[in-house]
Design a protein around this ligand. Structure first.
Ligand code: ADP
Ligand code: MG
Length: 699
């Protein structure tokens, strides 16, 4: 048993917290212990180091601290327009203070002609400065000198109502830090601290919660980010090493089936990049160690055929393969595409999605269990416990960013004797930093070449006013026998409105193109109807497809060469890129037209510009990360891997690189972390693991 750690002390035992506030901290912020509170880092700071004179105020200040006297306080207006107005002056000028809420409370707690220190955002109104809902406290000998930076913490309305604000939190932080004193263990080895000139853990915690100046904040953040990324990488790399040394994999040596496929059925020559990644994957599948590989390749780069060839290797050696896709449409398309090949080779292939009828399921379950079905293609439904294999040898996960790591693990366990080889395929190019943290435990293969004869898609950005012109262009393309997609956003929060937009859009498309058959596909349709419409479009029975983003991933209709994206401003960059990837799959010149309104934010303009300028998925992914931050990038929320508290993958690439290199070096020299100099790492890993199991118990 480890002795109770100081940091595991329950938060209610902190002086001033107590059981009631303690409960609130637990339910509102998930803070249970002293350690949890210390890890509740501020997200910004307010400069309380100096006082501004009223005459010095500027509108561009994010906030300003002012010392002065409250001259007047009166309630103005009636009903919902009631507000409390104060006049505040400091000898250099005066300004107005305004409260719309909590008026009676504020009125009771403030006194005319007293001196206060206040902090707020200065705005100018009719030539005079104003502060709305400023923070105010009476001037005292302690606070009259200023000289500190106030951390601002994430809080909830409920906490604020109980008077727990950022100042309260930082007071508690200080109390814990004072109590902790020397108990704060160093978690990084000396060598790293020296090499990167990092602050100690103790300095960093003081610096982040109780900074005296900007330099403290900067040093503290640098140190804590490094630590965070270092342990993130250390664990991923450790995991990777462990798999390579501990987990055996089936050895797939025979490749007769593949030879037959190459010689007799393959409809085109593989690109150099496809051949290279197949070699890399085969090497893993023959190594006797379990494969965990990420296959990256932009939309249209030809990942599906690579996946199929890898399946053949498993099957030729008596094992089964499964392919999991994130949507029903996509999995059906894989199924249909691959069943042509499977048939040629005399293989049995099954499909399993949420809408597979019971009877069919039963047949499938039996076939997988007795080994008579060699390939199964499906959705999440594959994860269900009832799906058992005779010998699952290869798991392929398409468009991984939609799946979580836990789901990856679930598929592993479908073979209890030897874990199956795992190949994860992503079409969204992922910025390097994100890839390192999301997939840092996987080996990487990259298809960096498109099949020959593809013409880069021409992308244009047009405002709504040009719709007639755009439809005219679409008509020209249709006249050449091409097909077109017209895509509408469907975003859950305003589903009803979006749905109306889609239907209105559908009607206007019908009116504009009376001579053409039109398909419509959206998420609310039963899978079978969606499928029916997709098939009609694929067979060129319909020439225009009006759709929501359900067509985003994977769907392949080579004759479709025009894509119009309505309300393009409502899509993220990666999503736009994915959508655009639906065209440009045949030999014809393809076009993507982004339609937007006129009033757009700078960020949106940037997005449209990047789309119009480049087809390079990596440039797009990097821009996306820069514009939105990793929290909003497709898939990172569900992934559960990137739960970084401080580090920002869009800004901290350098720190991440240093952290990853350090972790690799250390593990190379001392894989078990037994050397005395690595003792702090060993201890910290134990501590992290213990914390995790605590969490598992709580949640
Ligand atoms: P993605 O990587 O986006 O999944 P797909 O596997 O769907 O791409 O391939 C896109 C299209 O390119 C398909 O129609 C496929 O048959 C075709 N394709 C794949 N590889 C080649 C190749 N080497 N030569 C020509 N066409 C190819
Ligand atoms: Mg694909």
């Amino acid at each position: 048993m480890m002795e109770t750690n100081f940091f595991d002390t329950k938060i209610e035992f902190l002086k001033g917290v107590g059981p009631q506030k303690g409960d609130l901290l637990k339910t509102e912020l998930g803070i249970f212990t002293f350690g949890d509170l210390l890890q509740h880092y501020p997200f910004r700071y307010e400069d309380r180091s100096r006082f501004y004179r009223i005459s010095e105020l500027r509108e561009d200040l994010p906030g300003a601290q002012v010392k002065g006297r409250l001259r007047q306080l009166e309630v103005i207006g009636e009903g919902p327009k009631t507000r409390l107005i104060g006049q505040f002056s400091d000898g250099t000028g005066s300004m107005e203070l305004v409260w719309f809420q909590g008026i009676s409370y504020v009125q009771k707690s403030l006194f005319r002609d007293r001196e206060y220190i206040l902090y707020g955002k200065p705005t100018s109104f009719q030539g005079r400065f104003q502060m709305t809902h400023p923070e105010m406290e009476p001037l005292t000998p302690e606070n009259e000198r200023g000289g500190y930076w106030q951390p601002v913490y994430n809080l909830t309305e409920k906490l604020r109502r109980r008077f727990i604000d950022s100042r309260t939190i930082s007071r508690w932080q200080r109390q814990i830090l004072e109590l902790a004193g020397r108990q704060i263990r160093e978690t990084l080895p000396d060598s790293l601290m020296e090499k990167y000139r990092l602050a100690t853990k103790l300095q960093a915690l003081w610096g982040i919660h109780v900074p005296g100046n900007e330099q403290h904040i900067h040093q503290a953040k640098r140190r804590l980010k490094f630590e965070e990324l270092f342990y993130n990488q250390l664990r991923l790399i450790k995991q990777k090493i462990l798999r390579k040394t501990e987990y055996p994999g089936q050895v797939f040596g025979r490749a007769q089936l593949i030879r037959t496929f190459y010689d007799e059925h393959l409809p085109f020559d593989l690109t150099g990049a496809q051949k290279r990644v197949i070699r890399e994957i085969f090497e893993d599948m023959r190594s006797g160690k379990q494969m965990n590989r990420l296959l990256q390749g932009d939309v249209g780069s030809g990942k599906t055929i690579v996946a199929f060839i890898c399946m053949l290797l498993a099957i030729d050696n008596g094992a089964q393969a499964c392919l999991m896709a994130p949507t029903e449409i996509l999995s059906d398309q894989h199924f249909q595409g691959l069943s042509v090949f499977a048939e040629m080779l005399g293989l049995r292939m099954g499909r399993l999605t949420g809408s597979t009828p019971k009877k069919e399921r039963k047949i499938l379950h039996e076939g997988l269990l007795d080994g008579s079905i060699q390939i199964v293609v499906g959705t999440h439904a594959l994860l269900e416990d009832i799906v058992q294999f005779q010998n699952l040898g290869l798991v392929i996960i398409d468009e991984q960013h939609r799946f979580g790591v836990a789901q990856r693990a679930k598929l592993w366990q479908k073979n209890e004797t030897v874990f199956p080889h795992v190949l994860v395929m992503t079409a969204t190019p992922i910025p390097r930093t994100l890839a390192m943290t999301l997939y840092g435990d996987l080996d990487l293969s990259q298809i960096d070449e498109l099949p020959p004869g593809r013409k880069p898609i021409v992308t244009r950005w047009k405002s709504d006013q040009h719709r007639l012109e755009v439809f005219g262009f679409v008509r020209q393309e249709l006249a050449k026998g091409r097909q077109a997609y017209i895509v509408y956003p469907l975003i859950e929060e305003s589903e009803k409105l979006d749905f109306k937009d889609l239907m209105d859009g559908y009607e206007s498309v019908q009116r504009a193109f009376p001579e053409y058959q039109i398909s419509i596909v959206h998420g609310k349709m039963p899978a079978k109807d969606k499928d029916y419409e997709m098939q009609r479009f694929l067979k060129q029975e319909t020439m225009i497809m009006v759709a929501t983003t359900v067509i985003e991933v994977g769907v392949n209709v080579p004759n479709a060469s025009v894509m119009v994206i309505e309300s393009a401003e409502r899509f993220g960059l990666s999503q736009l890129h994915q959508l655009r990837g639906r065209v440009g799959r045949g030999a014809d010149q393809s076009y993507c037209i982004l339609m937007t309104g006129l009033k757009l934010s700078t960020e949106t303009r940037m997005r449209m510009k990047v789309m119009a300028e480049t087809n390079d998925g990596f440039v797009i992914a990097d821009t996306d990360l820069r514009l939105r931050g990793p929290g909003d990038m497709a898939g990172t929320q569900q992934s559960g891997v990137v739960d970084l508290l401080l580090a920002d993958l869009s800004k901290d690439a350098e720190v991440l690189k240093a952290a990853r290199e350090s972790a690799m070096q250390i593990l190379e020299e001392d894989p078990e972390l037994v050397l005395p100099k690595n003792q702090p790492i060993h201890n910290q890993l134990l501590h992290l693991r213990e914390n995790e199991s605590n969490w598992a118990r709580i949640s």
